[in-house]
Ligand binder design. Structure first.
Ligand code: ATP
Length: 459
């Protein structure tokens, strides 16, 4: 994990937020290559969910919503994690996680009494991750919603609190009727959304795995209750396949079934990824029954039931949800790609073997030498042409070996070098009009004609 964090910083993928002020816990920024990788992940998800399905449409709802939304959803009353404090070093810890670490089945949905009972029974085994002592306070439920004073001019934050959304799917539920009335969808159909979510996470460890400001990619699929179970199984299969298609290694993915379901959920499975700290949740796939639309009907007073145009049957649709974090996908893709390879006798290279469609830069173009105008000019010409179709970078810093190292570390699949042979000034005149293409994974170099370059890279 340390190696990944350090590479992510060094090569401009992820920076700690406000670093010059000492950072800001559990908040991170994407640097120049990170922002590209994140964009490519978003696009891959959007394509798989929206463009590849006739009956899934997109939405971009606002981060701020009417405060009653969060009462209806249950977040104001019950969106909490069990928090305890180390009496020695005052570190705040999540008791369900500490219990899990010593092999005790626990989760955030347990009541304070239930979790404290388990906590008391296992006190001897549980040590503070910061100072190693075993002296904790009791666990207390801590609400994760992040509060704001938006639209409140009284100076009293607690008077009419508004919230930064804790999840993106509530924006989908409250727009169910709008989407239905304004587009041509009929049940079954889905609404997909990508956007920021905010949670007052207690423990700020594990890099971008657990952020306080993060991004979710969620899809809510509305179905007739009688088909919910079968649809759920279809989405489970599709979502697992999605990661394989994305290029994630199969051995790093697995299913985890939730044993302790919230009262309304009919089924909940997580896709877990083998992060450097072990298998942990990447995506949740849930059968949420009619809970969400029923709650919002009750709280808003607006009937959110659906009338089938063919059968005239009126019912509240059930929801199958797929919910994944962009940041966790980013970390999974980075972890999966991170490779250290021995090159030569006693040298190693670090290479990010990203799936080619996700790589921040797809092709890098180099003039062999920086101070030979003819080489630079030709390299620039080729770069200008390639950049119309590929995410391309021009690099003339240092020597070619150093440039390869750098491009390996940002995961660029192909490097194209323009040398004296290219411009007809080398020994072998037959090589005029050709360039060297170097493959990131095999490090193999091939000479290809400039006019074939576009085609070869496309393939
Ligand atoms: P966890 O148990 O790890 O806290 P969760 O079960 O609370 O996660 P959900 O509410 O189901 O997570 O959110 C759906 C997805 O959003 C998760 O699978 C995860 O990928 C992502 N996610 C949730 N919380 C965070 C966070 N703090 N930072 C980054 N991603 C997150």
């Amino acid at each position: 994990m340390e190696k990944i964090i350090s590479l992510a910083k060094r090569r401009g993928f992820v920076f700690p937020s406000s670093e010059i002020y000492g950072g800001f816990a559990a908040v991170y920024d994407f640097g120049p290559y990170g922002v590209e990788l994140a964009k490519n992940i978003r696009e891959a998800w959007w394509k798989a969910m929206v463009y590849d399905h006739e009956n899934i449409v997109g939405l971009d709802s606002a981060i701020f919503m009417h405060p009653r939304v969060w009462e209806a959803s249950g977040h104001v009353g019950g969106f909490s994690d069990p928090l305890a404090e180390c009496r020695n070093c005052h570190a705040r810890v999540r008791v369900d996680h500490l219990l899990e670490e010593v092999g005790v089945l626990a989760d955030e949905k347990m009541t304070e009494v239930e979790i404290n009972k388990l906590f008391a029974e296992n006190r001897e085994k549980i040590i503070c991750p910061k100072c190693g002592k075993k002296d904790f306070t009791e666990a207390k439920s801590f609400n994760l919603l992040v509060q704001s004073n938006l639209g409140n001019f009284t100076g009293d934050w607690n008077k009419e609190p508004t919230y930064l959304r804790g999840e993106t799917c509530q924006g989908i539920y409250v727009n169910f009727k709008n989407v239905l009335d304004s587009s041509r969808v009929k049940v079954p159909f889905g609404i997909a959304q990508i956007g920021k979510a905010f949670r007052n996470e207690i423990t700020a460890r594990q890099f971008i795995f657990r952020k306080r400001e993060f991004e979710q990619m969620e899809m809510q699929y509305f179905v007739h209750p009688s088909t919910a179970e079968a649809t759920y199984e279809e989405w489970r299969a599709k979502r697992f396949q999605y990661y394989l298609d994305l290029g994630i290694k199969k051995e790093n993915l697995r299913w985890h079934q939730h044993e302790n379901l919230v009262f309304y959920a009919k089924a909940a499975w997580d896709i877990e990824y083998n992060f450097p700290f072990g298998f942990k949740e990447l995506e949740g796939v849930h059968n949420r029954s009619d809970y969400d639309l029923t709650q919002h009907s009750k709280f808003s007073g607006v009937d959110l039931s659906y009338r089938d145009p063919q059968t005239n049957e009126k019912y509240i649709p059930w929801i199958v949800e797929t919910s994944v974090g962009l940041d966790r996908t980013f970390l999974a893709v980075l972890t999966d790609a991170y490779t250290e390879e021995k090159v030569g006798e006693d040298d190693t290279r670090i290479v990010l073997k990203f799936p080619k469609k996700l790589a921040p830069v797809q092709v890098a173009v180099f003039p062999l030498l920086k101070n030979k105008p003819e080489l630079v000019e030709k390299a620039r010409e080729i770069y200008q042409a390639l950049k119309q179709d590929f995410r391309s970078e021009f690099d003339d810093n240092g020597n070619v070996g150093k440039r390869y190292r750098r491009q390996d570390e940002i995961g660029t699949p192909y490097c194209v070098t323009i040398d004296f042979d290219t411009i007809g000034q080398g020994e072998d005149k037959s090589l005029e009009g050709t360039v060297t293409v170097r493959d990131r994974d095999t490090m193999e170099q091939k000479r290809v004609k400039i006019e074939d370059l576009q085609n070869i890279l496309n393939q």
